[in-house]
Ligand binder design. Structure first.
Ligand code: C5P
Length: 314
């Protein structure tokens, strides 16, 4: 590391603040295979990015710091364990620059909700620091660093609708004509830890108390191509739902209330406890969200369209 390199990096990087917006994800299809020797489960999933966003701002600094506001403030540790800090350090090490930045996170995505909020913030940190430091890696290069940070992080760099395999980190886009789908997101009080949900699924399967695993996502992919919400509704599926319902039986009432309010389908998002509902159109989504809130079966209900792009500078 030489001073002239330092000057060169500074010239290449951003001088002003870099603001990155990153979406939450839901899984339209979440097929969970057996537990692998490395402690992860083999997945076959269709990721879908929705318009519920966190925002990360990166400014030049002499050290690496993180502050936050919004969802989870006071609950989320802002130390070296935080995925945002880990992402910044991983990028700095990869490209050989000092990990110097002042990062500020504005969170709307709830914690431990099955919406990949932490992974989203890690993806945002990679994009923000890459721009701030002028290191200009491609998305595919960032995705290699992202995979070490968490299984969902690579998807959140790309967004849209994509097939995830391996432990979820191997992502390829689903090629379908752009369609706007209307979702209602029912946020629960408290979270579910992802490893706890996977362990509960293993336990239920060992006891013969879980339905057979979902097969490949062919039906879902065909439904996406048809662009008909009623057909998509029939093809949604999540192997982790039975585990989330076992850990949080009250979610059954949330799912029932959404369907009674006119949702075409309801499901647990990822490892839960957030429930998502597919609506026929925007006005229907607004009605379902209002009814869910009135029924008192969730902490908050909001509408969100998908698919939207992944982490990007705004
Ligand atoms: O990849 P990530 O760090 O987000 O995963 C958190 C935990 O979720 C893992 O440690 C593992 O217990 C569980 N997991 C899993 N199979 C996957 C992804 C996550 O069992 N494919």
């Amino acid at each position: 590391w030489r001073p002239d390199d330092d000057d060169e990096r500074a010239r290449r990087g951003a001088s002003g603040p870099v603001k990155v917006r990153v979406p939450a994800k839901i899984n339209l299809h979440l097929g969970v295979g057996p537990l692998r020797p490395d402690g992860y489960h083999e997945l076959n999933t269709i990721y879908h990015a929705i318009a519920l966003h966190d925002e990360l701002t990166a400014r030049r600094g002499d050290t690496l710091t993180l502050t936050m506001e919004g969802e989870g403030t006071g609950e989320l540790a802002l130390d070296e364990e935080n995925l945002v800090i880990r992402a910044a350090r991983a990028l700095a090490e990869h490209v050989g620059v000092p990990a110097h930045a002042r990062l500020h996170l504005r969170k709307q995505i709830p914690l431990a909700a099955g919406l990949a909020g932490g992974s989203a913030d890690a993806a945002a940190a990679l994009v923000a620091c890459d721009t701030l430091w002028g290191t200009n890696l491609s998305r595919d290069q960032l995705a290699l660093i992202a995979a070490d940070l968490g299984s969902d992080v690579p998807f959140l760099l790309y967004g849209g609708t994509a097939l995830g395999t391996g432990r979820g980190e191997a992502v390829s886009p689903v090629l379908a004509r752009p369609t706007t789908w209307h979702w209602v997101v029912a946020v629960a009080d408290g979270g579910i830890s992802t490893p706890v949900a996977f362990r509960e699924l293993d336990r239920l399967r060992a006891d013969g108390a879980a339905p057979p695993p979902l097969t490949a996502a062919e039906g879902l992919l065909a439904a996406l191509r048809q662009r008909d919400p009623a057909v998509l509704a029939e093809n949604l599926g999540n192997d982790l739902q039975v585990a989330a319902l076992s850990l949080r039986p009250a979610l059954a009432a949330t799912l029932k209330a959404g369907e009674a309010a006119g949702a075409l389908a309801g499901m647990v998002s990822g490892s839960g406890p957030t429930c998502v509902f597919l609506a026929a159109d925007g006005p229907s989504a607004n009605r379902i969200a209002a009814e869910l809130e009135a029924a008192g079966v969730c902490r908050a209900a909001r509408t969100a369209t998908g698919a939207v792009p992944g982490a990007r500078v705004i």
